[in-house]
Design a protein around this ligand. Structure first.
Ligand SMILES: Cc1cc2nc3c(=O)[nH]c(=O)nc-3n(C[C@H](O)[C@H](O)[C@H](O)COP(=O)(O)OP(=O)(O)OC[C@H]3O[C@@H](n4cnc5c(N)ncnc54)[C@H](O)[C@@H]3O)c2cc1C
Length: 436
């Protein structure tokens, strides 16, 4: 059977090299990444997915599932790339506080549906990130300090296993696979739908205040104060920006999961730094959460590097302030802690991250900038020395990095054993496989 025969087996589209729309369909969100795949299959339903996996077994090929390609690494030559974009149904059960969502859904759609009932999922910073890739990798955003990892808010996964059989995985039906899927990445099965917990959040208070880069030192002082002893309802991120053609800026983004009066009180230190350029602080419904950082929602070429920091003491602050942002676009620090640092009884493979801050460096992945951007990543991280632990959240891994950096040895060993047992032919291929 050739790939071409899949066309008669499924309801969706099978695109092969040479087809008019193949290149566009194979392109990930990060356009700096090339994906040299054997075929792109735009599945219409879960049965299509099962048929693709059964075909891949017969043909000895790997299946890579990408709703968006936000986490693409490029290491998928000759694989079958599955686009789950059509599996985008979102149904909210407000009484049970659960969302049943297709595995191609993006956070913006889930948040919009949940907000209509005064509820929120554990969304990240960007509304066009796919819920499934984010959640399989752990996933942490503005609600994480209060409610924990997105992975641990999953009640059940509907899957196609590595043999092409459909099933439903929950803590009761298959605790081992359920554990691996909650934070171990996309290496163990293909998800067709998820049931995720929603949390009561009729409104939150948040936004961005930004200043000219000359105020960076003062803003760092405020950031350190705000992130020290903050209640779990308050999350604060610092951003240094150097957008080409614009003056450099420094910003504080925050979300307070409560009313405006208390939010203003907790963040009043922001008003002690005068001369703000932008101030978007407002009460908002949770479908607006993606507007806080106002990240791009269109594909583009990028390079990134994520790290975890041991502290935000003088040495770290000095290193980060002394580093010019250019040739990067953005240096971001997220205050962590709260529920993602606490070992809970029933967590999945993600487990706690106890480092108090995450660092995220972002640059343009244009050919003439790549060497300079990578050198700048290296310089900043080298200068941070032992203040960088070398561990990384799975969802902050970048192309060329390994899942090893995301897990402790015992967790990685357990994930590898589950992978060997569930997918011995390595048909299901994650962006960061656990065996690498
Ligand atoms: C602009 C931007 C903002 C971000 N913000 C955050 C943030 O706030 N917090 C955070 O934690 N992360 C964040 N991320 C990282 C993001 O969570 C990861 O890149 C994640 O992998 C994206 O998931 P996706 O499904 O959109 O991407 P894709 O590249 O489409 O998928 C990534 C991987 O997920 C797995 N996968 C996806 N769907 C399936 C499926 N149906 N079955 C099995 N495996 C599947 C596959 O291994 C796939 O390679 C951000 C990324 C970007 C680009």
């Amino acid at each position: 059977m050739s790939i071409n025969d899949l066309r008669t087996d499924i309801r969706g589209n099978v695109l092969l090299p040479g087809d008019t729309t193949f290149d566009l369909a194979a392109r990930p969100w990060n356009t700096a990444i090339a994906q040299s795949v054997a075929a792109v299959v735009e599945v219409a339903d879960a049965d299509d997915l099962a048929a693709v996996v059964r075909y891949a077994n017969r043909a000895g090929r790997a299946v890579v599932t990408q709703p968006t390609g936000h986490g693409a690494t490029g290491d998928i030559d000759d694989a079958i790339l599955v686009r789950t974009t059509e599996l985008n149904a979102v149904a909210i059960d407000p009484a049970q506080r659960v969302a049943h969502i297709g595995s191609g859904a993006q956070w913006g759609a889930v948040q919009a549906a949940a907000a209509a009932h005064g509820l929120s999922g554990l969304a990240g910073s960007n509304p066009v990130v796919g819920v499934t890739g984010y959640t399989l990798g752990g996933g942490f955003g503005w609600l994480a300090r209060k409610h924990g990892w997105a992975a641990d808010a999953v009640r059940a996964f509907e899957i196609v296993d590595a043999d092409g059989k459909r099933g439903r995985v929950s803590a009761d039906s298959d605790p081992e696979l359920f554990w691996a899927l909650r934070g171990g990445g996309g290496d163990f099965a293909i998800v067709t739908a998820l049931d995720i917990d929603l949390f009561e959040l009729p409104r939150l208070y948040g936004g961005r205040v930004s200043w000219p880069a000359e105020r960076t030192r003062e803003v760092f002082d405020v950031f350190t104060e705000l992130t020290t002893d903050a209640p779990p309802e308050l999350s604060v991120w610092l951003q240094r920006y150097q957008i080409p053609g614009a003056a450099p800026t420094v910003a504080i983004d925050f979300a307070y999961l409560g009313d405006e009066a208390r939010g203003r009180e907790l963040t009043s230190r922001l008003d002690t730094v005068t001369g703000a350029l932008v101030d978007t602080r407002a009460t908002m419904t949770p479908d607006r959460i993606g507007t806080i950082t106002a990240e791009p929602t269109e594909p583009g070429p990028s390079l990134s590097r994520g790290e975890l920091l041991t502290d935000l003491g003088d040495a770290v602050v000095k290193t980060i302030i002394d580093a010019p942002v250019a040739p990067l676009l953005n240096i971001q620090i997220r205050g962590l802690g709260g529920a993602i640092a606490e070992p809970t009884g029933e967590h999945g493979a993600r487990g706690p991250i106890t480092e108090p801050y995450a660092l995220y460096l972002l640059g343009l992945g244009l050919p003439h900038l790549i060497d300079d951007v990578k050198a700048a990543f290296g310089t900043i991280v080298d200068n941070l020395g032992a203040h960088v632990t070398g561990k990384k959240p799975y969802t902050f891994l970048a192309p060329g990095e390994s899942a090893q950096a995301a897990f402790d040895t015992a967790t990685l060993d357990r994930l590898r054993e589950i992978k060997r047992n569930r997918d011995p032919r390595n048909v299901v291929r994650a962006n960061f496989p656990v065996h690498n």
